[in-house]
Each structure stands twice: as structure tokens, then as C-alpha cells.
Design a protein around this ligand. Structure first.
Ligand code: PAF
Length: 284
């Protein structure tokens, strides 16, 4: 059965109050739609951990720093609802803008520090937009648990810190990145790639995996960083926003994985910005 689509906050509240009154736990999977297997793995995790599951679909204008990027973002609500059919989710919350940002909306949720680097440095205001909408989605859905992909690792860290700092009663759970067969991390933005660009896109995870292997053998990151960027350049990426090794706990820059670390990359391919991150084993 196609899941019920809920459009308004009062209708959502009515359902969530009933569920909580019955003692059911509620899991939320926040999305901007254009659902792929990465999202569906979050839905499966939510179904396994919670009595009730809400998938939210809202393309959040506040987190886009370019109007053209917002306009081009794929919107596929009907197909999304069909993909959710087999999971028997309890509701798809697809509010219109007035339910999230009513007239006169004047509040901004801003997480400082960890948003100064990586995507935060390249997309001014992006994480304020994310933290603000996710705060609203958490309070509107009254979720007990929320599920986010590690593909957007910095976003996951920002949301966990925001929920902790604001004492939001929700457990924010990170789930592994789901990849295409050639290694490309699944993303709604992959839909924007032409067939030719899609073939080239695999080089991002390929180069990252190669560098992770070199780091595991003790090669300092400074010795391989420039070479990795050149490889992306030769593979057809037009610019690389960042290619960095950072600590998992606080995102500080590292030259060697002396503590839990990840490689982070963002690069442009045929006008599409792709991001990825991979775990790097701690060097002994
Ligand atoms: O990762 C996303 O799709 C979005 O950033 C989120 C978490 C749904 C907030 O709009």
C-alpha cells in the first residue's frame, strides 16, 4: 500500500500523539526526496528499531546557497511514495513551505566551529539551513530516533551536536553509505549527471580508496594530496572544493590517521557537486 501522505502539521501531530499514547516509538528519516537505495537503507534501519516510521520529504530552500541548485534539485514525489510501499512506513510527511517556515519565521539554528570547514566553508549558510529545518522536523514529528546517512558525515555530526546542545529528546543514528557497483556513493544529485559524467564519477571513490590504502601503509597525507587532486582533474572533474584527511571526532586536519579519521572530498563534475567520505584505518 502507498503510505499515507501527510501535508499539514496538525494532521501529523494527531497521528504522532496517538502513537505515543499507545506506547509506540517513532523513527524519522528526513529526506529531500528523489529517494534511492541509500535512503531506503535508512528506512529499513528505522523500521527495525522503531514501532512507527515517518519519512519526511521537503526540499529545504534555506540550505541551498545557489538559486539554480535549488531549482535543479530533483523532485519525484510520486515515485518516492511507490518506493516506500514495500516498507509499510506509517506516514510520508511532505509539508508545503508554510508548514515549515510560516510567514514571519525569524529563527535560525546555528552550530558553530565544526561548520567552518569542508562543506560549511564552501557553502555559506548551508548548515544553518540544515540545523534549522532538522530542528523543526524533529519537533514536528516528535521522533524518538532519527536516521541519517554517513555519506553526509559532516551533516550527521552537526545534527548530533545540535540535538545534544538543545536537549532534543531524539537519538540521532548514523548509517553506512550505500554505494553503486562501481563505488559511487548514492546521492539524489547523481540523477543530474549525464551518462558520460556518470561514468567519470566513479573516479572520486576510486581515488579516495587508493589514498586510504597509501595512508594505511604509513604514507603522510601531504605526500599524496596534490597527486590525488591531479588524478581527479585528469578524470574530468572541473574543480575540487576539498580533498582532506580529518579526525572523526572534531574534524581537525590530520596528516596521518593517528586517531579515527576519514578522507573527505567534494568535487565538481559537469556542473554537479559530488561529495564523499571514507573511513581510514588508524595507523599503528
Ligand atoms: O540530507 C538531506 O537530505 C537534507 O540535508 C536533510 C537532512 C533532509 C535536511 O533538509
Amino acid at each position: 500500500m502507498i503510505p499515507p501522505i501527510v501535508r499539514t502539521l496538525p494532521a501529523l501531530r494527531k497521528a504522532t500523539r496517538n502513537w505515543h499514547a499507545q506506547g509506540d516509538t517513532i523513527g524519522v528519516v528526513p529526506t529531500m526526496g528523489a529517494l534511492h537505495d541509500g535512503h531506503l537503507s535508512l528506512v529499513a534501519a528505522a523500521k527495525a528499531a522503531c514501532d512507527r516510521v515517518i519519512v519526511t520529504i521537503f526540499v529545504n530552500p534555506k540550505q541551498f546557497n545557489q538559486a539554480a541548485d535549488l531549482a535543479a534539485y530533483p523532485r519525484t514525489e510520486e515515485a518516492d511514495a511507490r518506493k516506500l510501499e514495500r516498507f509499510a512506513v506509517d506516514a510520508v510527511y511532505a509539508p508545503d513551505i508554510t508548514q515549515i517556515y510560516p510567514e514571519g519565521f525569524a529563527t535560525n539554528v546555528s552550530v558553530t566551529g565544526m561548520t567552518d570547514v569542508l562543506c560549511g566553508a564552501h557553502r555559506p549558510g548551508h548548515f544553518d539551513g540544515v540545523a534549522t529545518v532538522v530542528t523543526k522536523l524533529f519537533t514536528q514529528t516528535s521522533a524518538d530516533k532519527a536516521f541519517f546517512g554517513e555519506k553526509d558525515f559532516q551533516q550527521l555530526m552537526v545534527v548530533q551536536r545540535m540535538a545534544r546542545d538543545l536537549d532534543l529528546p531524539v537519538d540521532v543514528i548514523g548509517c553506512p553509505t550505500i554505494r553503486e557497483e562501481d563505488g559511487l556513493a548514492m546521492s539524489s544529485r547523481n540523477l543530474l549527471l549525464s551518462d558520460r559524467a556518470r561514468v567519470k564519477a566513479q573516479h572520486l571513490s576510486e581515488v579516495m580508496t587508493e589514498v586510504a590504502g597509501q595512508l594505511a601503509q604509513g604514507v603522510p597525507f601531504a605526500n599524496v594530496q596534490a597527486d590525488a587532486v591531479t588524478k581527479l582533474d585528469l578524470a574530468g572533474f572541473t574543480s575540487v572544493d576539498y580533498f582532506e584527511l580529518r579526525a572523526c571526532t572534531d574534524l581537525k586536519l590530520l596528516d596521518q590517521p593517528t586517531e579515527p579519521a576519514r578522507l573527505f572530498a567534494a568535487a565538481w563534475l559537469a556542473g554537479v557537486r559530488l561529495i564523499d567520505n571514507i573511513d581510514v584505518p588508524v595507523a599503528r
